[in-house]
Design a protein around this ligand. Structure first.
Ligand code: ATP
Length: 452
């Protein structure tokens, strides 16, 4: 099941501590959100799942965590200074501003006026001053995508790891875009996170690798609980392709507000390394690149058979963490009618993504022996390293079940008087609501099964 509206998700996220409007107590800033106690766990788990599948489970990808502040020259050479723009229009009637390509019938969504200015390009990059004097002469951009520093580190990584093509470099981190109209909760924001892989291949093998990564990425989203029927891959029209792309496949998801991009997988050809390399004329660069008189390093690799060097092509699967989280929350959101006529909201997250892996609940909060036993169990499960286990020391059992259903905790473990006699606990399963008695000695194994 999925949520019936974005409002349902927004409300759950605030109520249960997943996501808050940023700067809330001062009225908020549009397009910025904060991840609360549950949100930060879910987000970390999603990023970890991506990292595991990209870096740990393969032997052809290395990781990177590069700086956010970027030298202007990097984004000049990459073409961002010239072309990373959206078409901006002003409504002459109510003075609001819009992205021209998102308007229907060229009408202002606010006041319905058709009296709009002609569109003009608006650069989406944020700038900040570097150093103590803010006279405009020394500044940096906040990176608008994570990948440029992967390209500038290409030689550092090949030299330090002896990787040869085909291989990839993966990075997760913040990116910033001064979106004209941020909207739809965390779907379009001004500060977000990306999970990007740049996979370097031999020219000629690029189409095959492109197809490979499209399939892999769809499979991965499915393994995170996103149902196939809500995922669609579309070939981006030639006229819509970014300046660096030979072909792009967008993975679209049926978000509560409509079908939109979750991840883009682009064949970026030799544009990136070709743009950032020294001595461009020494290589047979196929894409149209800006002349580079600043780079200090050659970014070509050896073709050992032909004893020549060439600029590798790049296949880039680029996914948004925030959009992924929204899709996952939407997929997990379930409203169930119970036999007794009540309804319950339950977040049927895959256990590896759940913010809390298990809640240990002492039935009597003022019974020292019960509380002490609950603490021992909590610590034991915590030490297994599957993620956060929580000791629930407040509220009654019914309230605890409701809360843990809504945040997607796979199991609740209750410690009661019987536990003190026979060393067994009651384990309640989130999805079936079945309760069973499990002996303390088998609990570790019982718990770990949820994550395999
Ligand atoms: P859109 O067309 O929706 O603006 P894009 O094509 O500009 O997206 P890319 O540059 O391909 O996006 O960025 C890769 C991924 O980063 C996107 O698929 C998306 O998941 C995420 N992303 C891009 N812009 C934003 C944003 N403003 N807010 C949240 N996530 C974003």
């Amino acid at each position: 099941m999925t949520a019936s509206s974005m409002e349902e998700l927004v409300s759950l996220c605030k109520r249960r501590g997943f996501i808050f409007q940023s700067n809330d107590i001062y009225g908020g800033i549009k397009g910025l959100y904060d991840y609360g106690p549950m949100g930060v766990e879910l987000k970390n788990n999603l990023k970890q799942a991506w990292w595991k599948s990209m870096v740990y489970e393969r032997d052809d990808i290395e990781g990177l965590d590069a700086s956010i502040l970027s030298a202007p020259v990097v984004l000049q050479q990459s073409g961002h200074e010239d072309t990373f723009t959206d078409p901006l229009v002003d409504c002459k009637n109510c003075k609001s501003r819009w992205r021209a390509d998102q308007l229907s019938n060229n009408t202002c969504p606010e006041c319905k006026s058709e009296d709009l200015t002609d569109p003009r390009p608006f650069n989406l990059m944020f700038k900040t001053a570097i150093g103590p004097v803010d006279d405009g002469s020394s500044f940096a951009y906040l990176r608008p995508e994570t990948c440029q520093q992967i390209f500038t580190n290409f030689k550092n990584i090949t030299d330090s790891t002896s990787r040869v093509v085909p291989f990839g470099i993966a990075q997760i981190g913040k990116a910033f875009r001064n979106e004209i109209t941020p909207r739809n909760f965390i779907f379009r924001v001004r500060e977000f996170e990306q999970m990007e892989l740049e996979f370097f291949v031999k020219p000629g093998s690029d189409d095959e690798w492109h197809q490979y990564w499209v399939e892999k990425r769809i499979e991965w989203w499915e393994s995170q609980g996103v149902s196939k029927k809500n995922l669609h891959s579309i070939d981006v029209e030639k006229s819509e392709l970014s300046h660096y792309s030979k072909a792009t496949v967008d993975i679209m998801y049926e978000f509560p507000h409509g079908k939109e991009e979750l991840e883009g997988i682009a064949n970026r050809t030799d544009f990136d390394l070709g743009s950032h390399t020294k001595n461009q004329k020494d290589f047979d660069i196929t894409s149209v690149v800006k002349k580079n008189e600043h780079s200090t390093t050659k970014l070509g690799v050896q073709n050992l058979e032909e004893k020549t060097s060439y600029i590798p092509y790049v296949i880039e699967p680029s996914a948004g963490v925030d959009r992924g989280l929204l899709a996952i929350l939407n997929e997990a959101y379930t409203l169930e009618n119970l036999e007794n006529g009540n309804t319950r909201t339950v977040l049927k997250l895959k256990p590896h993504l759940s913010p809390i892996k298990a809640a240990v609940i002492p039935l009597k909060k003022n019974n020292e022996q019960i509380v002490a036993k609950a603490k021992v169990i909590k610590n034991e499960l915590q030490n297994l390293g599957m993620g956060r286990v929580i000791l629930e020391n407040s509220g009654n059992i019914g309230k605890n079940y409701r809360r843990h259903d809504e945040i997607g905790t796979p199991i609740c473990i209750t410690v009661d008087f019987e536990t003190l006699d026979d060393d067994s606990v009651t384990v309640r399963d989130r999805d079936s609501m079945n309760q069973e008695r499990v002996s303390s000695t088998e609990l570790n194994q019982f718990y770990q099964k949820y994550f395999h």
